[in-house]
Design a protein around this ligand. Structure first.
Ligand SMILES: Cc1cc2nc3c(=O)[nH]c(=O)nc-3n(C[C@H](O)[C@H](O)[C@H](O)COP(=O)(O)OP(=O)(O)OC[C@H]3O[C@@H](n4cnc5c(N)ncnc54)[C@H](O)[C@@H]3O)c2cc1C
Length: 421
């Protein structure tokens, strides 16, 4: 595909079908270009709800949506499932595992981030990260297996078989710890009546002095209370030193007995940024100008988690959030459309809808741009509204509403089944 089939139309190559890539490609639907979108998966992952898959609240199709569905009727667009292996900015060419080399006139780099284990011993082998749909299914299956095994062999409980350590006091760690605690105390107690109430501990470990460092103190205190109420032990100022299959060692010398460690402690830009041969920002992110282009290659744009985008209002690098990825992707799609029509580009402006997280049923937090905070049910409603808008189709939105309402009313987690393949 390296040779351009139709030289008359520019080819826009979009790498990644996350919020950023999808936003860019969809905005190009009516432009006089050929769009080629490639992702290693044939589905778009809605990461904000991964912890709900991991805890049996939602099943996989509620969180992974076929990418081709999102371009139904968009005639100028082709979707391929393939992995990017290298990018040559000077040759204007991307290498893929199966497609080989694909040339482009415009490139949208939206390959997202990946887990950063910060070199912690044993983390890559034994930790359970929560960044992809397969991570979420793997964690769910592992937890279900542990409970089934403990039900048959009480010795496993004494060895910490049901205990979970969650690393990282940011939104991913807090949301996951809260959801796991609800699964443990709400359902597993009923599912496994012979396993005692004190058979399982969930410990959240944060290296900094407080959890939810990005939030104001009232939200931080609320989060600690909400987690504690659900039975999560919150430990701050402790750093994980090493992870073995059944033990977690902290730098302070404490050893925690736990057969499950969930890693929610850090991300870095997709490793492929290394192949670009450019200077990178902190966390392996690509520095972009106000139009979201690479200053050295103005036909190349970076969007979403992999881009270090400076907010025009605050002059701070924007956080790795779904709304940043979607808005930056859409902006790039519009920009390329304008350039193709011979118009000028416009600088990117981010519309901040607030920073938010859910700790459990009825316990969410929201911090607005001006500093106003919301907690509890009103924050949960705001969280739901903002995240419904991020879901890719009306069908997904309707399904999420039904699932959330069903789970809220019945307290059931009907996706807590393990399917052997
Ligand atoms: C557990 C969790 C909870 C979150 N909660 C929230 C939240 O509540 N609110 C919020 O706003 N944000 C949340 N986020 C952040 C949000 O999901 C991300 O900011 C957003 O997904 C980034 O979008 P993106 O398009 O940049 O990258 P991604 O969504 O990661 O998409 C990148 C795409 O690139 C593909 N890809 C990667 N490597 C290759 C390759 N070599 N070849 C081909 N394809 C490749 C991937 O398959 C993926 O589809 C959460 C993230 C996580 C992990």
């Amino acid at each position: 595909m390296s040779e351009r089939a139709d030289k008359a139309r520019p080819r826009v190559l979009v790498l990644g079908g996350g919020f950023g890539g999808i936003g860019a490609a969809q905005k190009l639907g009516k432009s006089d270009v050929d769009v080629v979108l490639v992702d290693k998966n044939d589905y778009h992952t809605f990461q904000p709800l991964l912890y709900q898959v991991a805890t049996g609240l939602l099943d996989q199709p509620a969180v992974g949506h076929p990418i081709r569905d999102l371009f139904d009727g968009q005639d100028n667009t082709r979707i391929h499932k393939d992995s990017v292996t290298a990018v040559d900015l000077d040759k204007r060419e991307v290498q893929f595992t199966d497609l080989g080399a694909v040339g482009y006139d415009y490139l949208v780099f939206g390959l997202g981030a990946e887990v950063n284990f910060f070199g912690v011993e044993g983390a890559a082998e034994h930790a359970f990260p929560l960044y992809t749909l397969s991570d979420a299914v793997r964690l769910k299956d592992h937890v279900l297996r542990q409970w089934e095994a403990a039900d048959k062999d009480p010795g496993l409980i004494e060895d910490g078989g049901l205990n979970i350590v969650v690393v990282g006091g940011g939104p991913t760690g807090v949301e996951t710890a809260g959801a796991l605690a609800e699964l443990y105390t709400g359902l597993f107690r009923k599912d496994y009546p012979d396993i005692g109430e004190d058979a399982a501990r969930i410990t959240l470990v944060e290296a900094g002095p407080e959890i939810f460092a990005m939030f104001k103190p009232d939200i931080r205190n609320y989060a600690v209370e909400a987690l504690t109420k659900r039975g999560v032990e919150v430990t701050t100022g402790e750093v994980v030193e090493s992870i073995a299959p059944t033990r977690v060692k902290l730098k302070s010398g404490t050893e925690l007995e736990a057969h499950t460690l969930v890693w929610g402690a850090g991300l870095q830009g997709n490793a492929l940024v290394q192949s670009l041969g450019i200077d990178l920002e902190r966390g392996n992110r690509i520095a972009v100008d106000e139009d979201l282009r690479l200053p050295s290659h103005p036909e190349v744009f970076a969007v979403g988690d992999v881009a270090a985008i400076t907010d025009a209002k605050t002059q701070q690098v924007l956080p790795q959030l779904g709304s940043v990825a979607l808005q930056s992707g859409e902006h790039v799609g519009e920009t390329i459309g304008r350039l193709v029509e011979g118009k000028d580009s416009k600088p990117f402006r981010y519309h901040d809808k607030g920073t938010m997280a859910t700790i459990g049923r009825g316990s969410a937090v929201v911090q607005m741009l001006g500093g106003r905070t919301m907690k509890g049910k009103s924050a949960q409603l705001a969280w739901g509204t903002v995240h419904l808008a991020l879901l890719p189709t009306n069908e997904n939105r309707a399904k999420a509403i039904v699932d959330w309402a069903g789970a809220g009313l019945s307290h059931q987690r009907s996706a807590r089944i393990s399917v052997e393949t």
